[in-house]
Structures are given as structure tokens and as C-alpha cells.
Design a protein around this ligand. Structure first.
Ligand SMILES: Cc1cc2nc3c(=O)[nH]c(=O)nc-3n(C[C@H](O)[C@H](O)[C@H](O)COP(=O)(O)O)c2cc1C
Length: 190
């Protein structure tokens, strides 16, 4: 019943450094841009670097916390998603900017999975370092960093990470988060 692409997506720790064809890599960001957004604001921004540009790739790795860097360093590309928090129509806060940026990333993940490419998103990084390096305007915020590439053979990560890599993460039963007609009492003010 559920689409294979959705079932096949997961976030590996084992990445190969094998290059991803530029056309395929660019298609991830094109797919991201097809996402719907409030007022068609398209508040997302992406920047990516591939390991061919070693200096900048290292700079991106330097944004990550150590526990992410140890495996993300093997990926072919690293990307950062950003959100523009203010509306381009009236400059007022767009409360859906993060939501819509997440929608764009979801498209990116779907496109990647369709091409056999894996993406592992990370919140474990220093947003301040990213803000400083890119001299970001106050209304542009970094959202997540993504490791992008083909799956590795597990030889370039620790035994512990390899074990984690081989285990798929669980999900809550649908009955815990999706309801018909009414929300459970525990979510409602008494
Ligand atoms: C916004 C966001 C931030 C995440 N940050 C990290 C992270 O810093 N390090 C990490 O190893 N995984 C991170 N993940 C991956 C999640 O742990 C993972 O998506 C979740 O456990 C479900 O597993 P799956 O993607 O393999 O289905 C993050 C995922 C998202 C969406």
C-alpha cells in the first residue's frame, strides 16, 4: 500500500565517497523546489559542496558535532538547508518557513531515494558557525545539514556505527498519531 520510495528511505551512517553524477545531484535540489509552500513563498535555500572541493568540504565538516563528523566525512556531498523567515511580499514573519523548508527537503529525499542516493540529515551542528561563515542576514536561518551519497560498505566507520547502520529505526504505530474525528483527551485542555 505504501510507496516503495517511502519504504526504502532511511538515514545511513555508512557512506561511500563515490561521486554522484552532477545531473543527479542537481536534480535533488530541483525536486526540492517543486514543494508546495505557503503563499508560494518558497522560503528554502540550499548550498552544497562535494568532496572535490576539499577545503570547503572540510569547512562544512567543521560545522558538525564530532559524533556526526566521524561518519558524514565519508559522504560525497554535504548540503545545508536554510529558511528565509520573512515574507518576500510584506517583510512580515512567515510562520510556515520552517514547515515549507522541511517539505522541500522531503522532496529532495524522495528524489534521492528514487536514484539510489542516500541522505542523512543532521541537527547536530553549530548554527552559529554557519551563520558566521555565510554572514547570514538575521532573517535567514540554517535548518539542517545533510550528508548525501551512495551507501558504503561499512569499512570506513566504527563497529558501533556499523551496527547502528544495519538496524532500521522504529516508528510509532499510526494509531498513536493519526485520529479520526477527535483528538485523544490527553491532547485536549481539561
Ligand atoms: C531535522 C533532523 C535532524 C537530525 N539530526 C541528526 C543528527 O544530528 N545526527 C544523526 O545521526 N541523525 C540525525 N537525524 C536522523 C534521524 O535520527 C532519523 O531520521 C530518525 O531516527 C529516523 O530514522 P530514518 O531516517 O533512518 O528513518 C536527523 C533527522 C532530522 C529530520
Amino acid at each position: 500500500m505504501i510507496h516503495e520510495i517511502l519504504k526504502n528511505r532511511w538515514s545511513p551512517y555508512s557512506f561511500s565517497s563515490e561521486p554522484v553524477d552532477e545531473v543527479k545531484l542537481n536534480s535533488l535540489f530541483e525536486a526540492a523546489g517543486l514543494a508546495p509552500s505557503s503563499n508560494n513563498e518558497q522560503p528554502w535555500l540550499f548550498i552544497h559542496v562535494t568532496r572535490e572541493k576539499a577545503d570547503l568540504f572540510d569547512t562544512f565538516l567543521g560545522f558538525l558535532i564530532e559524533s556526526n563528523r566521524v561518519w558524514a566525512k565519508n559522504a560525497y556531498a554535504l548540503a545545508i538547508s536554510f529558511a528565509r523567515l520573512n515574507s518576500s511580499y510584506n517583510g512580515k514573519p512567515n510562520n510556515y518557513a520552517l514547515h515549507d523548508t522541511g517539505m522541500a527537503v522531503s522532496n529532495l529525499l524522495t528524489q534521492a531515494t528514487s536514484l539510489g542516493i542516500f541522505v542523512h540529515q543532521m541537527a547536530g551542528y553549530s548554527a552559529n558557525k554557519v551563520k558566521e561563515l555565510f554572514k547570514l542576514r538575521d532573517d535567514v536561518v540554517p535548518v539542517a545539514i545533510m550528508a548525501i551519497g551512495y551507501r558504503g560498505d561499512g569499512k570506513n566507520i566504527s563497529h558501533e556505527l556499523k551496527t547502528r547502520d544495519e538496524k532500521r529505526r522504529g516508528r510509532n504505530p499510526v494509531s498513536e498519531y493519526s485520529f479520526r474525528n477527535a483528538l485523544p483527551e490527553k491532547y485536549v485542555k481539561s
